[in-house]
Ligand binder design. Sequence first.
Ligand SMILES: Cc1cc2nc3c(=O)[nH]c(=O)nc-3n(C[C@H](O)[C@H](O)[C@H](O)COP(=O)(O)OP(=O)(O)OC[C@H]3O[C@@H](n4cnc5c(N)ncnc54)[C@H](O)[C@@H]3O)c2cc1C
Length: 458
Amino acid sequence: MRVAIAGAGLAGLSCAKYLIDGGHTPVVLERRDVLGGKVAAWKDADGDWYETGLHVFFGAYPNMLQLLQELGIADRLQWKEHTMIFNQPTAPGTYSRFDFPDIPAPWNGIVAILRNNDMLTWPEKISFGLGLIPAILKGQSYVEEMDRYSFREWLKKQKVPPRVEREVFIAMSKALNFINPDEISATVLLTALNRFLQEKNGSKMAFLDGSPTERLCQPLVDYITKGGGEVRLQAPVKEFLLDDDGRVRGFLIRGDGGDELLTADAYVSAMPVDPLKLMLPKPWQEMEYFQQLEGLEGVPVINLHLWFDRKLTDIDHLLFSRSPLLSVYADMSNTCREYANPDKSMLELVLAPAADWIGKSDQEIVEATLGELEKLFPQHFGGNNPAKLLKYHVVKTPRSVYKATPGRQQHRPHQTTPIANFYLTGDYTMQRYLASMEGAVLSGKLTSEAINSNLGSA
Ligand SMILES: Cc1cc2nc3c(=O)[nH]c(=O)nc-3n(C[C@H](O)[C@H](O)[C@H](O)COP(=O)(O)OP(=O)(O)OC[C@H]3O[C@@H](n4cnc5c(N)ncnc54)[C@H](O)[C@@H]3O)c2cc1C
């Protein structure tokens, strides 16, 4: 059966891959001239890559890891030491680490927390541990119930001292959803903590060995094409055309030489939730299922790439900046094989929360970031020979993953819609892995399973 999919992000491509496995023929239509959506990357005139986002893979990503195995590209993940590294604002230029020993979960996580004495005192660790007990004992149902609270409210409810939030969870919250603990749903952080505490390698991190577009999305396209499917770039879906009975009759694709009608046996939106909401046909807008999407909206985020004339650090890992302006960052000249440079650093940094910055010029954003780097690397920016910025790229995403404030879980739709031949996929749809690459891949798989069971595997 032929299945038309709007969107070649990870969800759309993973859906197409698993439809091929089910014996179907997917046609993926991508609006832009680049694959990957929020993992898209571009090469500049010097041949250097720059990306929509600094992307980290976790041990707790079973669906992504399985997909990479199935594509024969699992060796493209460069696994790092099992540790989490934080900058120390009170001691500029130094780091504090949570080192996970090679013992079973949850003991490796507990030992990592207990051994770190820079960030939390013993009474703070104990009160946080006690606060977490209901989440550990009651599991995911308790975690879902806590969607009523922001993480800050949850910490208060569990009588955890506010310093725990400041020291550890501002950084974690910004890394997970680009917002602060007073805004983020408790469910998001508790879900991550639960995975990290339950799985020995859950918090172990890996970087891809090159650009996600070439090293992750292209193999998916090759697989889809080899299986008889198609992926078309610069093919924006302009409208979902309906039959008299409200089912989809076709996707209308905007083209230079006029619009094109594409018909199929089933249709999938793999678009982000914001453009999807704008494209809902009138009759669907009255339906409760589609109305729930009104509760979801993408959060702004900015990704920066700064090339320097020297090495700023030799750390081969993700770093939690603990800066009010920045979230996580990495020296990609150390972490990523294709971006490697033994003499010069390329810092890739996420600026979040970005609501106040998304409208500013690239130059203003870079200047503010350099101000923060002076605090993170005082040894390289002070003195009479400070590090020189050679060039930069700034990528703004005004609406990225859905903003996971309290109460969002009930707005996340199931992949099966009330329209018999129309499905949704995407990181925002309901699946157990938050808005992430893992969530996108899992949602694609769930959508393909729903289609396989409705249309039957060939
Ligand atoms: C700065 C940043 C850092 C991140 N860091 C991490 C990380 O470290 N780890 C992690 O797991 N996740 C991370 N993420 C999240 C991750 O990138 C996303 O959750 C995931 O890539 C979303 O995939 P998706 O397929 O659901 O949506 P998208 O990637 O948004 O794909 C949707 C696609 O639909 C296309 N489209 C839109 N409208 C149309 C139309 N009319 N017709 C045809 N196509 C259309 C878009 O162009 C896009 O290609 C990060 C995201 C950002 C922005």
